[in-house]
Design a protein around this ligand. Structure first.
Ligand code: RAM
Length: 522
């Protein structure tokens, strides 16, 4: 569990002009009616993921007379995000007691077999998507006011009475997104797995594109800067909704801590408020997202408006470097990089700094701010040299991190992405780390994405595709309709939260196969 900071004294500075510009880009959500396709039964097996078995045609829904303890599971055919309406009636004697039932939603079948009572993790059990209802008078239409992320919906009758039974006559969802799936053509590829990786990545992105780019429509349902960076890149190759990215950039710049640092994430309801979680890598990525946005959209006004915020993030990072130009670890949960337990983040963060400083230098060059560009260039050059001098172990041919000289994937990947070594050497480093397979591996699709990107940067296209098939293809083999927040092929039910029941199974940072395939392979 990361050390949680609750900064009650945090002073937030709001820029009303920026928030106004963010508001002007707010999307009008597209609403689509979706109906369940079949009645299913989800059976636990020896395998991690249960079996989903056809039970009946959806047309037979009202033939099920549900009594105490009965369950009925509906399959909506794909991962959905939306608002559900259920129509109930009673059969038998007059309704002499309230209908009392539970409604449970699952993004994947496994969630339907997990019992929320067993949950003992460190993030809120409030994320588990289940509700209890009483209905005094039937027939009735129940409009659920919360938005759910789901493919499966199960009704479990807790009680009726001895004299009557509950009938579910109809179920429907009004699904929401700021974009339409049909607006993007599927990739043309001979390979079936490639087509599926693209389709599932695209669906993941679509379902996360709401009022902002959410990290996950089940959890945390908010805008995180690290996730935004990857979503925005995938969006440029697919839906091309530039306004949604612009909105998110203005939101981050529109409210910061009083020293100008952008937060790692923010909330838009009941009103915009930035969170008191600060992750140095995420803050620095502000400049990278801004430059990517400019490259994709050509929107120079926004680049000008937000450049000061991008510069500021790099200045804040400066304070973390020692006299030898090496990054010092911050306090508590200071940087993200990955969820790997015990990961030393120094070398990877040195790489993130160089990666971002190069991009922010480019912003300064585009805007003709030569002095600023020169300062940034001198800094990343010195820090890239420091990485090679102090963090590269010649004997092992790998980067090491922190006082224990830890060898992990993240350090190699980020220093390669930063261009601290040339492509040839980078490719060899990535080969060596794979052979060594250090204990500090990669947990999140976010980190795995960067590994694939590093391979591509070094020209290792075949290895990158093989890895995508192995990693994201692994999720497909477990029946993924959208890609997950976490996936460890060696332990498919791993969770950094104490239990996989609160994991998110449609997660922004996992959508990138659609971007990688469209950018590098077709
Ligand atoms: C989790 C979410 C989010 C990520 C942060 C760091 O809360 O998965 O996507 O950006 O961690």
């Amino acid at each position: 569990m990361p050390e949680v900071s609750m900064d009650l004294n945090m002073v937030r500075v709001t820029n009303g002009d920026f928030l106004g510009k963010a508001e002007a880009c707010a999307p009008k959500l597209i609403r689509t009616a979706v109906h369940p396709q079949r009645i299913v039964e989800i059976r636990k097996t020896e395998a991690v993921h249960p079996e989903v078995v056809w039970r009946d045609r959806i047309e037979n829904l009202s033939k099920y007379h549900l009594k105490k303890g009965d369950k009925l599971c509906l399959d909506f055919g794909d991962h959905q995000v939306g608002y559900v309406t259920l129509k109930f009636a009673s059969v038998g004697s007059p309704q002499d007691a309230p209908a009392f039932f539970k409604v449970k939603f699952g993004e994947i079948a496994k969630e339907m077999t997990e019992d929320s009572a067993d949950y003992d993790g460190w993030i809120s059990r409030g994320w588990i998507q289940e509700e209890y209802f009483h209905i005094d008078v039937l027939p009735a239409e129940l409009k659920l006011t919360r938005r759910y992320a789901f493919r499966y919906l199960e009704i479990e009758v807790i009680d009726t009475s001895l004299k009557w039974a509950l009938v579910l006559e109809d179920a429907a969802a009004e699904c929401v997104s700021s974009v339409r799936m049909d607006d993007v053509q599927p990739v043309e590829s001979e390979g079936e797995v490639i087509r599926r990786l693209d389709r599932v990545g695209l669906r993941t992105l679509h379902n996360c594109m709401q009022d902002v780019f959410e990290d996950g429509p089940k959890r945390d349902r908010r805008l995180w800067l690290g996730d935004l960076r990857l979503q925005a890149l995938a969006n440029y190759a697919t839906f091309k909704n530039y306004d949604l990215v612009k909105r998110c950039l203005y939101l981050f710049a529109g409210q910061t801590r009083d020293d100008g640092q952008v937060s790692a994430c923010l909330f838009t309801e009941p009103e915009i408020i930035v969170d008191d979680t600060f992750l140095l890598d995420y803050s620095m990525f502000f400049g990278a997202v801004l430059l990517d946005y400019y490259d994709a959209s050509g929107d120079l006004d926004t680049l000008k408006d937000l450049s000061a915020c991008a510069y500021r993030q790099m200045e804040i990072a400066d304070a973390q470097f020692d006299e030898n130009d090496l990054l010092k670890a911050g306090e508590g949960f200071w940087a993200f990089i990955d969820w790997t337990d015990g990961l030393d983040k120094q070398a990877a963060m040195q790489g993130v700094y160089i990666y971002c400083a190069k991009r922010v230098q480019k912003i300064a060059e585009i805007l003709g701010e030569t002095a600023k560009a020169e300062v940034l260039k001198a800094k990343w050059k010195a820090r890239a040299k420091a990485a090679l001098d102090a963090l590269y172990d010649e004997e092992k041919g790998l980067f090491v991190s922190g006082p224990e000289r830890q060898i992990n994937y993240a350090s190699q990947v980020w220093l390669v992405l930063a261009g601290a070594v040339d492509k040839k050497k980078g490719g060899e480093i990535l080969e060596r780390v794979l052979v060594l397979n250090p204990e500090k591996g990669m947990v999140s699709p976010y980190m795995n994405h960067h590994y694939v990107e590093a391979l591509l940067l070094c020209g290792r296209k075949d290895d990158a595709m093989d890895y995508m098939k192995y990693y994201w293809g692994g999720m497909l083999s477990h029946g993924a309709d959208t890609f997950w927040e976490l996936y460890n092929p060696e332990d498919p039910s791993e969770s950094p939260y104490g239990s996989s029941i609160v994991n998110s199974y449609c997660h922004a940072w996992s959508c990138t196969p659609t971007w990688l395939i469209r950018t590098y392979f077709v």
